[in-house]
Design a protein around this ligand. Structure first.
Ligand code: HEM
Length: 486
C-alpha cells in the first residue's frame, strides 16, 4: 500500500483535494467554530475521504472516513505516529517530555510503557477502586441533599469536579481543592486546559509570532506553566512515601521507578511532572464530557432512560444506597450500549489528537508528504451513513444489538473516539471505570427532570469546542430520589 515518493519529484505527486486558500492564512478562515462539522461538509462537497488544508503555513490532511482512518492508523501506524510541534504545548508540557505530545521515538516508547504497565493497567485501575467509590459516593450524597430541596443541580459542574477529584486522588493520593491559599486548583487546571486548546497564531503563522507577545498570550502561558510547575514540585517533594505500587498514587509509583536500579529507563524530574500533567489533561475533561453528554442524551430520551433504569434497578436491586464496583460485575448490557452510542455521537475529542507524518506515504491513492499534520474526524466517521446506515444522527443504543459488535477500543475504525494504533489512548479502562460507576449511581438512584417544566426532547444540545467538545450550556436537572434505604 505504502509507497515512498521522491522528495523532489513534484510531477508525480497527487495531493488530496484542497479548498482554495488565502495568502498567509491558508484555509484558517474557513474552519469556523465547529471544525468537525465544517470538515464533513467540505469532504462531501469535494467527494474525498482526505482533504488537504493549510492552517497558516502548516499542511494539514483531514481524514473523514473509516476506510481512510484505517489506512492512516493501521496501515501507516508507524509513519503517522509523529506529533506536530507547538510552542505553547512545549512550554506547558515540559518541552514535550510527556507521552501525548512527545515525538515518536525511544523516549515516547519507554514513557508510554511506564504509563501502560504501572499507572493505567487493568490491575492498577482496579486497585484505585476505593478512591472512585468514595468520590462517587460524595457526589451522590450531595445530589441527595439537592433532591430534598427540589432544586436543579448543575450536573456539568458536578461531573467535572468528580473527574478532577478522581484523578487528583489517584495521581497525588489526595485532593487539591485549594492550592496556595485562595487559588483553586480546578480554576488553575481549567486555565491550563484552555491554553492547551487555544489557537496560538505563532504556531501556524510564524511571521505573526509577535501577536502572541503583544496580546499577552505568551506571558499568560508562561505564568500558567510556572504556577503548575510550583504545584507539581510540591507534589514531587511530598511524594515517594509508599512502597506498595498497587495502592500508591501515581506520583509515588513514578518516583519509585526513578530510583529502581533494575529499570533501564528512568524518567527525570521534569518527565515525571510532564507525565502527571498528561494524565490530568487526558483524563479529566474527556471523562466528564462523556458523562455530561450521556446524561444529556438520557434526559432527552426518556424511553432510553427508563430502560436503563430498569436494568440497573432490577439487576442491582434496591437494598443498597450507593452502587459499588462489585455491584457492576453483573452484566449490564444496556449501560454498555448507552455509553457506546453516546461516544459515537459525542466523541470528547472530535478530531482526535493531531499526528504528524514522519515519512512520505500514499494514503487512499493520495500522496501525503512527511511533515504533514493529520487530523482524524472521529465525529464525522461516527455519523457517516456508509458505516451507520440506520438514522446515523439518532440516539439509538439498540443499533448495537443483533450482532453489531462494533466497539470503541481501536479495532473498529467506524468508532474511534479513543483513536487507534500505537498512539491510541492508553486510559480507556481508567475512564470507563469512572464513567460506568458514576452513571450507574446517577441513573439508578434518581429520576431526572429538566427545570421550568422543559420537556426532555427540547433540551438544547449545542456543542462548544475547546480541547474537548462539551455542552455549550451547562446541564441543569432536578433529581428526584428513587432509592431510599432506611
Ligand atoms: C472518555 C475519556 C477519554 C477519551 C475520549 C480519550 C481520547 C483520547 C484520544 C482521542 C487520544 C489520541 C489517540 C490517537 O492519537 O490515536 C488519547 C491519547 C491519550 N490519552 Fe486518552 N482519552 C480519554 C481518557 C483518558 C484517561 C482517563 C487517561 C489517563 C488517565 C488518558 C491518557 C491519554 C494519554 C497519555 C494519551 C497519549 C497517548 C500517546 O500519545 O501515546 N486518556 N486519548
Amino acid at each position: 500500500m505504502s509507497s515512498s515518493i521522491s522528495g523532489n519529484d513534484d510531477r508525480r505527486r497527487r495531493p488530496p483535494p484542497s479548498p482554495p486558500k488565502l495568502p498567509l492564512l491558508g484555509n484558517l478562515h474557513q474552519i469556523g467554530n465547529y471544525p468537525h462539522r465544517t470538515f464533513v461538509r467540505l469532504a462531501e462537497r469535494y467527494g474525498s475521504p482526505l482533504l488537504l488544508f493549510h492552517f497558516g503555513s502548516r499542511p494539514v490532511v483531514v481524514v473523514t472516513t473509516s476506510e481512510a482512518a484505517r489506512e492512516v492508523l493501521k496501515t501507516h501506524d508507524v509513519v503517522s505516529a509523529g506529533k506536530p510541534e507547538f510552542g505553547t504545548l512545549k512550554k506547558l508540557l515540559y518541552d514535550g517530555k510527556d507521552v501525548a505530545t512527545c515525538p515518536y521515538g525511544e523516549y515516547w516508547r519507554q514513557t508510554r510503557r511506564l504509563c501502560v504497565m504501572h499507572l493505567l493497567s487493568n490491575r492498577k485501575v482496579l486497585s484505585c477502586r476505593a478512591a472512585r467509590e468514595e468520590e462517587v459516593g460524595l457526589l451522590i450524597n450531595r445530589i441527595r441533599k439537592d433532591a430534598e430541596k427540589r432544586e436543579p443541580v448543575n450536573l456539568s459542574e458536578l461531573l467535572s469536579c468528580l473527574a478532577n477529584d478522581v484523578i487528583c486522588r489517584t495521581a497525588f493520593g489526595r485532593k487539591y481543592s485549594h492550592h496556595g491559599g485562595a487559588t483553586n486548583f480546578r480554576d488553575q487546571l481549567a486555565e491550563f486546559m484552555e491554553l492547551l486548546g487555544a489557537f496560538s497564531v505563532g504556531d501556524f503563522i510564524p511571521s505573526l509570532s509577535w501577536v502572541n507577545r503583544l496580546t499577552g498570550f505568551d506571558a499568560r502561558v508562561d505564568r500558567v506553566a510556572s504556577q503548575f510547575d510550583e504545584l507539581l514540585e510540591g507534589a514531587v517533594e511530598e511524594g515517594g512515601g509508599d512502597d506498595d505500587d498497587s495502592q500508591a498514587p501515581f506520583i509515588d509509583v513514578l518516583l519509585r521507578l526513578q530510583k529502581d536500579s533494575s529499570e533501564a529507563f528512568r524518567l527525570d524530574r521534569e518527565g515525571i511532572k510532564a507525565v502527571i500533567l498528561d494524565l490530568f489533561v487526558g483524563g479529566t475533561d474527556t471523562t466528564s464530557t462523556l458523562l455530561e453528554w450521556t446524561m444529556s442524551e438520557l434526559i432527552k430520551h426518556p424511553r432510553v432512560m427508563k430502560k436503563l433504569q430498569e436494568e440497573l434497578r432490577t439487576k442491582i436491586g434496591r437494598e443498597i444506597e450507593t452502587v459499588h464496583e462489585a455491584d457492576l460485575a453483573e452484566e449490564l448490557e444496556y449501560l454498555n450500549l448507552v455509553i457506546r452510542e453516546t461516544i459515537r455521537l459525542h466523541p470528547p475529542i472530535p478530531l482526535l489528537a493531531p499526528r504528524e507524518m514522519t515519512q512520505d506515504a500514499t494514503i487512499m491513492g493520495y500522496d501525503v508528504p512527511s511533515g504533514t499534520m493529520i487530523m482524524t474526524n472521529a465525529w464525522g466517521i461516527g455519523r457517516d451513513a456508509k458505516d451507520w446506515p440506520e438514522s446515523p444522527e439518532a440516539f439509538w443504543p439498540e443499533r448495537f444489538l443483533d450482532g453489531n459488535n462494533v466497539d470503541f477500543r481501536g479495532q473498529d475504525y467506524q468508532l474511534i473516539p479513543f483513536g487507534a494504533g500505537r498512539r491510541g489512548c492508553p486510559g480507556i479502562s481508567f475512564a470507563l471505570a469512572v464513567v460506568e460507576l458514576a452513571l450507574a449511581n446517577l441513573v439508578r438512584n434518581f429520576d431526572w427532570e429538566l427545570p421550568d417544566g422543559v420537556r426532555g426532547e427540547d433540551l438544547d444540545m449545542t456543542e462548544c469546542v475547546g480541547l474537548t467538545m462539551h455542552r455549550q450550556l451547562p446541564l441543569l436537572a432536578i433529581p428526584n430520589r428513587y432509592i431510599t434505604v432506611d
